[in-house]
Structures are given as C-alpha cells and as structure tokens.
Ligand binder design. Structure first.
Ligand code: NDP
Ligand code: HSE
Length: 446
C-alpha cells in the first residue's frame, strides 16, 4: 500500500475578491456554461464569497456567430489565455486529448485550478494531471466527465470515501442509450437514431467514440480509479461498442424478455488465492426487461454502486447535453472558486490501493448465445456435451424453428463462466459442421 496524499492547505484570496475564469471551448457545453454563469452571477457570488469574472473564452473559429457574447472576450489563443495573471480557474470544454493536455498542464503549472468535462483526457493522462495539480496545490475537478449531470464523481470521491466499493455498473453513454432505445421502442434505424443524437448535442465531435464504446470506456476508467483507489486507464478497459448490435438481436432479446443496453462494469475480482484485482469493461449487455436499467430511456444514464456498508445505490439522470453537463461543470467551478477565495484545496485522487488489472479471460459473466444449427437428432445432446467439456454450465436452452428448411435456431443462456472458457467454446462451436451460424453472443447482467 502506498501513500500518495500531499498537504492540501493553500491560503485564499479573501472574501469579496473576484475569481477570474477562462472558458476554453464554446460549443454544446461551453455555450451553456457561459450562459448560466451570466444568468446566475449573483447567486454564484453569494455561494462562493466573491464574484466569478469571465476573463476570456477560447474558440477555434473567431468568425462564427455567437449572439450575446462580447467579441473582446473571444480568442483563438487558449495558451495565452490560461497563462494570464488575472485568470484563477480554467474551464476546459474543448474535447480531444493532445491539445487540451498541453493547455491543461500549462494552466496547472501556472497555478490555475482546472475544471474539465473531458473524460478522454482524464482517462488517458490522470496521473500526469494529478501530479501537476498536486505540485501547484490547485484543484483538478472533472464531475462532468462521467454521466454529465449525475454527481457520481463527487459521490465516489467524497460521499463513499468511508466505504468499500465493490462494483460500479450502469449506462454511462447517452448517445448509445439514445440509439438502442430508439431502435427498441420505435424501430428507428441505427443511422437515423445516431443522426438525431448528434443533432441534439449528445454525441462526441467524432461519434465513433460513442458507438465504439470508447467514451464509455474512458468513463469506466475514471469510475474504477475513484472507486477502487487504483489507477485504471482507458487502455485497461475491455471495450466493445454497439456497431454490431442488429435490429434482429434487439427483437430476439425482446421476445426472450431482455433489453440490450451498453453497460460499463467495474468490479473487484478475487481469485482462488484470495488475491484482489480490478476489472473494467464496456460491452452490449442483455438485462431483464423488468430491471430498472431497462427503463432508462433516451440519453439518460443510470449507475449502480455496490459497496460494503451502504449496500446498493442507484443514481439516475441526464447523461449528456449542454445544460445538464454545464450543471456539473458549474458545480465544480463553484467548488474551485470557493477554495480560491477561502483557501485550501480539495484532496486529489488517491491511488494507494494500487491493485493489479485483472486478465480479461479471468472475468466471469453469463452469456446469451444465439445460433443456427442443423435440425437433426442428436445435435442438442452433442452441444450440451461440448459445453460441459468446456466447463460452461447451461442455464436454459430454447429451440425455435427457422424458416429455412432443416435449420433450427438455438438460444442458450449459460451460468457464470470465465471469458477465456467462453471464447474457447465459441471458437469450437464455429468449427462444427452442424453449427451453421453463430448469430450473436451477448453477455447478461442484472
Ligand atoms: P463541441 O464540439 O460542441 O465544442 C467544442 C468547442 O471547442 C467549440 O467551441 C470549438 O470552437 C472549441 N475548440 C475546438 N478546438 C479548439 C482550439 N484549438 N482552441 C480553442 N477552442 C477550440 O463539444 P462539446 O461541447 O459537446 O464537448 C466539449 C467537451 O465536453 C468534450 O470533452 C466532451 O467529451 C465533454 N462532454 C460533452 C457532453 C455533451 O453532452 N456534449 C457531456 C459531457 C462531457 P468553435 O466553436 O470555434 O468550433
Ligand atoms: N457523448 C457523450 C454521451 C456525452 O453521449 O454520453 C456525455 O459524456
């Protein structure tokens, strides 16, 4: 066990002193941050103990129309803005990794506190950013980076700091939930649903990050790091997106009483010797249609946290969009500004537990396997033997007639089995002459 905490005291500017703010990015999120900062300026001053003063806004295109925004506040030189003497706090809502990393590090090194909504940046460079914040004794806040308006980061950092978190699971990407929900409830096509999620401001600048599961993987890395006091990075997360989920899979799931959701699952894994490790994964998952996660619609997110003393907690709310994300950004901004006025800083991440990352093959799940097989005597018995030989125990097996003559559709649900065993059996099944097609293999949860 390693101790990584440093002293957190830093004297404040004093009550009534203004706090200078630079906002980097004025897209979906930045526009709402600036609007709400202006609309609730008096409330924020009262809550903080001094007024927030907007010193500048960095954008990429100075020619773009931005009604109501004073032109003199705009700049396309974010680096100069964050280094200005009169800026105390930098709000980064640009997105991407390399460019904001340089700017955020420069801001921290110059003694500015940073509030960011950028999960990709935090999941890739948390150690480096945390070290810079510690060295400069400033705050680094990122509540909006996970599940937008839902305060899960603060909940893990503060509210559950006295408990032992065992598992964090749920829906953490609004775009993919919007797409899967539209395909399930209205029969919308994947392309139409993605276009609508993009129009509504839920999707990332490159929506590949959403549909391939990368955005959810960044969030899973952040949640696992906070929950298990262990640094988990984007690359440590096993990630599968929703691009292979078909309308047929959704319909088959519905008929069997399940709903398909993209879940992020972070858990502590204990091996036969009692040694603990951490696993974080993102993949399409079947959940029973009566499970609360199944009723999470549109771009809403929902997260379960299982911890030793508190038991099971569920958090639900807006997981994407300008105003909900701005709510979380502004909550962090008020927190960072209070520290600038009154002194001190919030404790940073503490990765003292330093648990190893589990091998994905050692992780266990239940599986729903849908395949087309030859409709002849003996096939079921042979398949059951194959599963038994691979140490994968069957929970249910359902057979349906297929339209094509001499074929049957088999839907198997397994008991909990290791990923390595599942991979092995799927490989073996695909080589059998009486298995015509493996239509889908989807994990089950809930
Ligand atoms: P947008 O693409 O809508 O906005 C990005 C902004 O950054 C634009 O204003 C753009 O300028 C500006 N920008 C781009 N490059 C530069 C640059 N080099 N220098 C200065 N400014 C630049 O993104 P979002 O607002 O949707 O997202 C911002 C961040 O918030 C991302 O990290 C995202 O992951 C995160 N987030 C987003 C949520 C959402 O629902 N949208 C929810 C939670 C987090 P210009 O206006 O000139 O094009
Ligand atoms: N693109 C992200 C989503 C934004 O759809 O969830 C919120 O982080």
């Amino acid at each position: 066990m390693t101790m990584t905490q440093q002293s957190t005291f830093k004297p404040g500017k004093g009550i009534g002193q203004p706090v200078g703010v630079a906002v980097l990015g004025m897209g979906t999120v930045g526009t709402e941050v600036v609007r709400l900062m202006d609309e609730y300026a008096e409330e924020f001053a009262a809550r903080i103990g001094g007024p927030l003063e907007l010193k500048g806004i960095a954008v990429s295109d100075l020619e773009k129309q931005r009604p109501g925004v004073p032109a003199e506040l705009l700049t396309d030189d974010a680096m100069s803005l964050v280094e200005r003497e009169d800026v105390d706090i930098v709000v980064e809502v640009i997105g991407g990794i390399d460019y904001p990393r340089r700017i955020v590090l420069a801001a921290l090194n110059a003694g500015k506190s940073v509030v960011t909504a950028n999960k990709a940046l935090v999941a890739a460079h948390a150690d480096e950013l945390a070290e810079a914040a510690d060295a400069a004794q400033v705050d680094l806040y990122f509540e909006a980076a996970v599940a937008a308006a839902i305060p899960v980061v603060g909940m893990l950092r503060r509210s559950l700091a006295g408990d032992q978190v065992q598992r964090i699971s749920g829906i953490v990407n609004g775009t993919t939930n919007y797409i899967l929900d539209a395909m399930t409830s209205t029969g919308a096509t994947y392309d139409d649903a993605l276009a609508e999620a993009t129009r509504l401001g839920y999707a990332e600048a490159d929506p590949t990050a959403d549909v391939e599961g990368h955005d959810a993987a960044s969030k899973a890395a952040i949640l696992a790091s906070l929950g298990f006091h262990t640094r988990v990075k984007f690359d440590d997360v096993h990630t599968e997106g929703i691009t292979k989920v078909t309308a047929d899979d959704i319909e088959a799931a519905r008929k069997a009483g399940y709903t398909i959701k993209l879940l992020a699952i972070c858990e502590k894994v204990t091996n036969d010797k009692g040694e603990e490790s951490v696993n974080a994964r993102v993949h399409p998952t079947l959940i029973p249609s009566e499970h609360p996660l199944a009723s999470v619609k549109e771009s809403y997110n929902a997260i379960y946290v299982d911890s030793e003393a508190a038991g099971s907690l569920m958090f639900y709310g807006n997981g994407a969009g300008g105003a909900p994300t701005a709510s979380a950004v502004l909550g962090d901004l008020v927190g960072a500004a209070r520290n600038k006025v009154h002194g001190g800083r919030a404790p940073g991440d503490n990765t003292y537990a330093n648990l190893p990352i589990a091998e994905f093959g050692e992780v266990t799940s239940r599986y729903h396997i849908d395949m087309s097989v030859a409709d002849r005597a003996g096939v079921l018995a042979e398949l059951a033997t194959k599963f038994a030989d691979s140490d994968v125990s069957l929970r249910t097996l359902r057979q349906e007639e297929e339209e094509r003559h001499s074929r049957a559709r088999l839907v198997i649900v397994t008991h909990s089995a290791k990923e390595s065993k599942l991979a092995q059996i799927v490989d073996e099944l695909s080589q059998l002459d009486y298995v015509h097609e493996i239509n889908s293999v989807i994990r089950l949860d809930g």
